[in-house]
Design a protein around this ligand. Structure first.
Ligand SMILES: [Zn+2]
Length: 482
């Protein structure tokens, strides 16, 4: 037989197979219609009654459709009798067909695939499962991805309910917890940061048509989160012998330190990247260094402004890392302190307190830091508490004198406070992690923070791809060890 004839024969076989699969699907669809009709008992059903019946059956139908498509694409592999061992290349005979049902967003799919085992290599393998990228376990990656996204947003119980309602499939809260930690384990700032090309493209958009390089703001701030110590692990509520253990741990508020980097586009902020973790100063600056070294904060293409509250460690670290940056004391932090002084000094006198706050803020805006410090020093404190608050403010203003010249930054069209990061903190840290009665283990809260940053930075899909890749790689290694 000539080559052309062989090809023609293969084509005919393919067409026949396709026709057979279509025929099967049509039959299944007929059955599905019958079942659907039976489900609607009412002679005059409402739209909701009708769509409910369809909804209840749709997973079955789409699942069957997916199964048929697998057969269409991998018919030959499903009937494979021999396959080369991925380790040594030896031809190995199939040990039979293993069938397993998996859950996808497209419904339950039946996976029938031949299984092979190479005795010398002690390696089991299923080429079809590998080609399809099947996840270990029942729930497939598409289900896992939406579940993780939901769990990063809302409490596990709510995520579980929503998932059930929207997809018809469910995941236990324990599994949601495990999944969240699995996806987030080992994430670094670079994993959740957008790639450099993307950042440069944003920068180019903001820079277009401008005479000056755009302003990039690095805002550094903290948010207190409720944490629980690792010793609290293992206790089970309600059990007598564990009750004592439970009583021993105490929740602690700890500071999630983080930064947000954004561009200023006239009256609009263009978010670039966020990174928040329960971490110490060194870890925060190590992350910032990674960002700088990866070229994600291109100082040569922007004017970099760093906004933070008055903590000295921040200024020292920033000066080392970004010597060219302009440093600015957070205007809101400053305003808060001035309000505090007013509250204790003008106790019970709302009007003079407000007037003093407004005058002081106006002078700071006008660049009169020295004048404000002098005025504070001449004040006669109404109480010891007021004296302490005034002293603290004087010290803070003196320490940050070079960073309070709000007049010139204002002219440059620059937002003076870390309003940007305050809202990022609310989005990332507080909404999900600050809930009454919820005390988080440090590792778990960092996992959740990392996922929320990824979502905020628009890199959640990339982060999930990393997890998928890691999981499949581990699966392959596990098979070799067996
Ligand atoms: Zn082998």
């Amino acid at each position: 037989m000539g080559a052309a004839a062989v090809i023609a024969l293969a084509e005919v076989r393919e067409q026949k197979q396709r026709a057979r699969i279509r025929q099967q699907l049509h039959e299944q669809f007929n059955q599905w219609l019958d079942t659907g009709e039976e489900q609607v008992k009412e002679p005059q059903p409402t739209l909701e009654q009708l769509t409910r019946a369809v909804w209840a059956l749709r997973q079955e139908l789409t699942g069957q459709l997916a199964t048929a498509l697998i057969e269409q694409h991998y018919g030959a592999e499903q009937e494979q009798h021999h396959a080369p061992c991925p380790q040594c290349g030896r031809q190995v005979a199939a040990r039979g067909v293993v069938s397993r049902k998996v859950e996808t967003l497209g419904g339950e799919v039946e996976l029938a695939r031949p299984y092979f085992y190479c005795v010398p290599c002690r390696q089991g393998f299923a080429p079809l499962a590998a080609a399809l990228g099947v996840a270990p376990g029942h729930k497939q990656f598409d289900v896992q991805q939406v579940a993780t996204k939901l769990a990063a947003e809302v409490p596990y119980e709510t995520a579980q309910d929503l998932l059930q309602e929207l997809t018809g499939g469910g995941l236990s809260t324990a599994r949601l917890h495990e999944l969240t930690n699995g996806v987030a384990t080992g994430l670094s700032v670079l994993d959740v940061a957008p790639p450099r090309e993307e950042i440069l493209a944003k920068l180019a958009t903001v820079a277009a048509g401008r005479r000056w390089r755009p302003i990039g703001v690095l805002a550094i701030e903290g948010a207190d989160l409720p944490t629980r110590p690792d010793e609290a692990k293992g206790h089970r509520p309600g059990r007598k012998k564990h009750r004592a253990k439970r009583a021993r741990w105490q929740g602690q508020w700890r500071e999630a330190k983080g930064f947000r980097f954004y561009l200023v586009d006239d009256d609009r902020i263009v978010h670039v990247l966020s990174w928040h973790q329960l971490q110490d100063h060194e870890e925060l600056f190590a992350a910032l260094r990674q960002v700088k070294e990866a070229g994600l904060s291109p100082e040569d293409q922007l004017r970099l402004w760093v906004v933070a509250d008055g903590a000295q460690w921040i200024w020292q670290g920033v000066k080392q890392l970004f010597p060219m940056a302009e440093l600015i004391l957070d205007y809101y932090h400053c305003a808060e302190q001035i309000h505090q002084v007013a509250t204790v000094h003008y106790e019970g006198q709302a009007e003079p307190a407000l007037e003093w706050v407004e005058a002081t803020m106006a002078r700071l805006f006008a660049g009169e830091v020295t004048g404000v410090i002098g005025g504070l020093q001449r004040m006669r404190p109404a109480s010891a508490q007021a004296a302490a608050a005034i002293d603290a403010l004087v010290v803070d203003l003196q320490n940050n004198q070079d960073r309070i010249n709000y007049r010139s930054p204002r002219r440059a069209g620059y937002p003076l406070g870390s309003g940007g990061i305050e809202s990022a903190n609310k989005c990332i840290c507080q909404v999900r992690l600050k809930r009454s009665g919820a005390w988080w283990y440090v590792a778990n809260s960092n996992h959740r923070l990392a996922l929320r940053c990824a979502k905020y930075n628009g890199t959640f899909e990339r982060v999930f791809e990393r997890y998928r890749y890691k999981t499949l790689e581990q699966l392959q290694q596990k098979n070799v060890k067996k």
